[in-house]
Design a protein around this ligand. Structure first.
Ligand code: SF4
Length: 104
């Protein structure tokens, strides 16, 4: 006769073959939440990469020193150190050929 597994050789211990339903449900809920969180982050990264890829390079739009009445800081495309149309870090006192003044 073969050797009994620990489960069968210890009748004094209660083994649970399957975790209680509430534990499975909790695990599934956490796993689904983690999956959704990771999926959302991946989707955001893909979207950022698409936007970044679609932006023009500074050299292609003649990014250079701006003028008092024409610079990134007052352009509709400027957003806190970056530009919706041009890639890379954007200084508020610079400008490019895509400049469009804010209509404030
Ligand atoms: S001037 Fe050009 S680089 Fe600057 S914010 Fe506007 S579009 Fe972007």
């Amino acid at each position: 006769m073969g050797q009994l597994s620990e489960k069968h050789s210890r009748p004094d211990l209660e083994f649970v073959d399957e975790a209680p339903l509430s534990s499975d449900a909790s695990y599934s809920a956490r796993a689904r939440k983690n999956f959704e969180s990771v999926s959302e982050r991946v989707a955001n990264l893909i979207e950022k990469a698409k936007v970044q890829k679609a932006k023009k390079s500074k050299s292609s739009v003649d990014y250079s020193k701006g003028k008092p009445n024409a610079h990134c800081g007052i352009c509709v495309h400027y957003e806190e150190g970056s530009c919706k149309l041009v890639s890379g870090e954007i200084e508020p006192d610079m400008w490019c050929e895509l400049f469009e003044p804010r209509g404030e």
